[in-house]
Ligand binder design. Structure first.
Ligand code: SF4
Length: 76
């Protein structure tokens, strides 16, 4: 389960975030390319834009549900 206390610093403030458990598998960036991107130097994902419509919300929830290491959170 993701922990907001271990959030990656690039995450855009808001509901969704990626924590330090990320293994850079690319799944969330494929599921929700409008919201997740890669920190190229360190090799992990972060939320660069919070979802702004129903489609993006669904995509982000799918990314959360399918992240293999549960590094994505959406608690507030
Ligand atoms: S799906 Fe999870 S492990 Fe994979 S890149 Fe995204 S946050 Fe990292």
């Amino acid at each position: 389960m993701a922990d907001r206390a271990d959030i990656q610093p690039e995450n855009k403030e808001g509901k969704y975030y990626v924590d330090e458990q990320c293994i850079d598998c690319d799944l969330c960036r494929e599921e929700a390319p409008n919201n997740f991107t890669r920190q190229e130097e360190e090799g992990y994902s972060y939320v660069y834009k919070q979802p702004e419509n129903d489609e993006e919300e669904v995509d982000c929830q799918n990314a959360l549900d399918n992240c293999p290491v549960e590094a994505i959170g959406n608690d507030v």
